[in-house]
Design a protein around this ligand. Structure first.
Ligand SMILES: CC(C)(COP(=O)(O)OP(=O)(O)OC[C@H]1O[C@@H](n2cnc3c(N)ncnc32)[C@H](O)[C@@H]1OP(=O)(O)O)[C@@H](O)C(=O)NCCC(=O)NCCS
Length: 152
């Protein structure tokens, strides 16, 4: 089941985030995401096992963060929650943007499968735990055929 994130989900969501990210969002950031953004969770057998946070901005949206519990990855849940969350956006965005670490092949493949493509590279954007930096790939999904036609 995919549904909007509630304040009572934040501790589980923050735990999943800490399992998958070297620089995880804080509990406070997730609490703000519940009230400020379109935040969703996906459940398996009544347990929250993943989340997706989208920020609608005028006629666009930004995918800020998503993750699936490591024990539940590779089962199609990431694709499901991303697809459902994009369809739930109320502002009917023309384009959706995201940033992803260049080394995050699983996420890049998921985003490509979901209709995103690379438009830019932001060099040395993400900090690594060892003090080095990593490039960010900027991706976009264009939601209307009319708009895509303009840029052909
Ligand atoms: C990225 C992530 C959300 C994918 O979720 P998932 O539930 O494991 O993904 P799915 O099972 O729905 O797979 C969907 C597609 O993603 C790609 N993918 C998923 N896991 C992959 C892997 N280990 N290697 C390569 N591609 C992978 C594939 O294209 C897959 O489609 P396919 O099964 O038809 O080949 C998950 O790996 C995750 O939580 N990673 C850590 C957090 C993160 O990196 N978040 C994104 C940046 S904020």
């Amino acid at each position: 089941m995919i549904r909007l994130m509630q304040a009572s989900d934040v501790s589980v969501v923050a735990k999943i985030e800490r399992l998958v990210q070297s620089h995880p969002w804080s509990v406070k950031q997730f609490e703000e995401a519940v009230s400020s953004y379109q935040s969703t969770v996906i459940e398996q057998n009544g347990q929250v096992v993943g989340f997706c946070i989208l920020q609608p901005v005028l006629d666009e949206a930004n995918l800020l963060l998503m993750a699936i519990d490591p024990t539940q990855q590779g089962k199609g849940l990431g694709y499901q929650i991303l697809d459902a969350s994009l369809n739930m956006l109320k502002n009917n965005p023309i384009q959706i943007f995201l940033e992803v670490r260049e080394s995050n092949i699983a996420a890049i493949n998921l985003y490509q499968k979901s209709g995103f493509h690379q438009i830019d590279l932001r060099k040395n954007y993400y900090p690594n735990p060892n003090g080095t930096k990593e490039h960010a790939i900027i991706m976009v999904k264009t939601c209307t055929d009319d708009f895509a036609e303009l840029f052909k």
